[in-house]
Design a protein around this ligand. Structure first.
Ligand code: C2E
Ligand code: MG
Ligand code: MG
Length: 583
């Protein structure tokens, strides 16, 4: 080994020159201490394969007694000793031949030793001057373990330890090769219904436990060769192999559903969920990984549209429908910039005085090719894509710009979608619209539907209260279409309940709708709220509503929603203009 020499750093100024003491030559004892304390096992052999030196660490690594590994012993003896003690599985002569060949043909000979106890060492042999070689043994057990861990993490979901999207794709790709040889397989895409509301209501910790338990049940419902993966959130996917016929996938879907609908018991809560499943089968629906996944996803979308808690097989028409939807989505993005939206206004009439109290702003989309599109068709798409946020903001401003010109006391009602209400900016958007247009807050009513309150989070209620504080009124729209409507009335002091059109339509049919409308009108009265009947189309309905105690009505009987210019005209003429219902 070279003597270590520290050279003085040359300095520009001689006055700064520092003289370092010469480092003494490292003596044999010192060198041995250094080598014995290294983390590597080190051995030095001469050209005759005799051991010149071996450090302590090597003996520890292989559990060898020092007296058996003395300088002068041959490599072969050492290897035999290791074979006896169980740390050498290869034949010593074979190994020696490989080593000789390796050292003769390359700059070094490297290999890995895997011990029965799980430890792994990397051995590097390098020739040294004079014909011998230096061997270093490095314990790589921890590094290997963490490499394995990292490789596992890259292909598994941390929460459930199920394969993730990456591994699912790999397995699917692999299994599809067998499809080419005549087998069939199915991909099932799963989505837990109502998971989001459970997560919101009971917290993420319980949501996480629910996902873990659901993952276990999914594993239990499938067979050994199937792959169950978590794709993220509450989405799972299954690759089902070794199928006899496509209907096997339907059987699996049924089994999965049966296992998931059983109540979960977590920290004192009994939780009930359901699942929607989309299925695509190779080679019938597609034979490539991406297309199969896409088709299963499309079938899942169809299953959710069918009311959730069901499974659906992929059908080619789904593709057409999805394309139409995607087109609508793209057109919708352009529509706001292209000024294709317009607001129409439908009057709300006071049932005692027969006077117009307010107008509801209803969005109309004038599509350049398809003509007028109903909000029922595009609002859900705007909701899903988040476009409802800028669109809703536009509606709010446009309605305020219009209504500020209306006579005092005439309010404008604007519909808010759940996404808008969950948006943190809503309060500033509303107050901004009022400030920009100069509209007094008391002229604005906001209509929300029960779905907003389904995820009855603290933040939502707080936003509603803050809007109220601005002086804006809040109405509960489409009342009665949700499944626990009455309880919502307790969660927030609404200014108005709008009874859904379906009850008004059924007024003449039996006593039940009558009793419901009567009860809601009474409840509204006692809670000091306005009760508005939606969709009033006949004079008979109007008379009934009056006798049942409703205080307001909206419907074609009085007028359909009309363009802003008509409303301005309406105020100018001063006479309520009855519009023909057949229009
Ligand atoms: P909605 O808020 O319940 O509005 C009332 C709907 O009932 C309107 O449908 C209206 O035209 C219709 N309608 C009113 N009177 C009658 C009647 O006598 N008979 C019948 N058959 N229908 C009547 P429209 O304009 O198609 O709107 C549908 C839904 O779209 C609205 O229901 C509302 O939920 C949503 N929507 C409309 N504009 C907006 C908007 O600007 N933002 C949001 N988020 N949603 C909107
Ligand atoms: Mg409404
Ligand atoms: Mg409504």
């Amino acid at each position: 080994m070279d003597q270590a020499v520290v050279r003085p750093i040359p300095a520009a100024n001689t006055a700064d020159v520092v003289t370092f003491p010469q480092t003494p030559a490292i003596g044999e004892e010192l060198l041995k201490t250094v080598l014995d304390n290294m983390s590597l096992g080190v051995l030095l052999f001469d050209s005759e394969t005799r051991l010149i030196f071996c450090n302590k660490r090597y003996l520890e690594m292989y559990g060898l007694p020092a007296e058996m590994v003395r300088p002068g012993r041959y490599l072969r003896d050492l290897l035999l000793l290791r074979a006896q003690t169980g740390t050498m599985s290869e034949d010593p002569d074979d190994y020696t031949a490989r080593l000789r060949n390796g050292l003769a043909t390359a700059a070094s000979f490297t290999h890995t030793v895997q011990l029965d106890d799980g430890r792994a060492f990397t051995v590097v042999n390098k020739p040294v001057e004079g014909g011998g070689w230096l061997a270093t043994h490095e314990d790589i057990t921890e590094r290997k373990r963490s490499d394995t861990r990292i490789a596992h993490m890259a292909r598994h979901d941390a929460l459930t330890d199920l394969p993730n999207r990456v591994l699912l794709h790999e397995r699917l790709e692999h299994e599809l090769k067998r499809v080419k040889r005549g087998e069939c397989l199915a991909v099932l895409c799963l989505d837990l219904d109502h998971f989001k509301s459970i997560n919101d209501a009971l917290g993420h910790a319980i949501g996480d436990q629910l996902l873990k338990l659901a993952a276990e049940r999914l594993r239990g419902a499938t067979r050994e060769p199937d792959t169950v993966a978590r794709m993220g959130g509450d989405e799972f996917a299954i690759v089902m192999t070794q199928m006899q016929q496509p209907t096997d996938a339907a059987q699996l879907a049924k089994r999965i559903r049966e296992s998931l609908v059983r109540p979960f018991h977590i920290e004192g809560h009994t939780i009930i969920i359901d699942v929607s499943i989309g299925i695509s089968v190779a080679p019938f629906d597609a034979a490539e990984t991406d297309a199969l996944m896409r088709n299963a996803d499309m079938a899942l979308y169809g299953a959710k549209g069918d009311g959730r808690g069901v499974y659906r097989f992929f059908e080619p028409e789904m593709n057409t429908r999805m394309k139409a939807r995607r087109e609508l989505e793209m057109d919708l993005r352009k529509a706001l910039v292209g000024k294709e939206f317009e607001l129409h206004y439908q009057p709300l009439v006071n049932l005692e005085s027969n006077e117009v109290n307010a107008f509801e702003a209803l969005l109309r989309w004038n599509h350049p090719r398809r003509g007028l599109i109903s909000p029922a068709d595009f609002i859900p798409v705007a909701e899903e894509t988040g476009l409802i946020v800028p669109l809703g903001e536009w509606v709010l401003k446009a309605a305020c710009y219009e209504a500020v010109e209306w006579p005092d006391g005439i309010k404008v009602a604007v519909n808010l979608s759940p996404t808008q209400l969950n948006n943190r900016n809503l309060l500033s958007v509303v107050s901004g619209a009022l400030a920009e247009t100069g509209m007094p807050a008391h002229k604005l009513q906001l209509e929300i539907t029960e779905t907003v309150l389904l995820h009855n989070t603290f933040a939502t209620l707080q936003t509603l209260h803050e809007l109220r504080k601005l002086g804006v009124q809040i109405a509960l729209d489409d009342f009665g279409t949700g499944y626990s409507s009455l309880s919502y009335l307790r969660s927030f002091p609404f200014d108005k309940i709008k009874i859904d059109r379906s009850f008004i339509q059924d007024l003449g049919k039996g006593s039940e709708p009558l009793a419901i409308v009567h009860a809601v009108a009474n409840l509204a009265k006692s809670l000091n709220m306005t009760s508005t009947a939606e969709g009033v189309e006949t004079a008979q309905q109007k008379d009934m509503l009056q006798s049942l105690g409703c205080t307001e009505m909206q419907g074609y009987l009085f007028s359909k929603a009309r363009p802003a210019a008509d409303i301005r005209q309406f105020f100018k003429s001063g006479v309520p203009k009855a519009v023909d219902a057949a229009e």
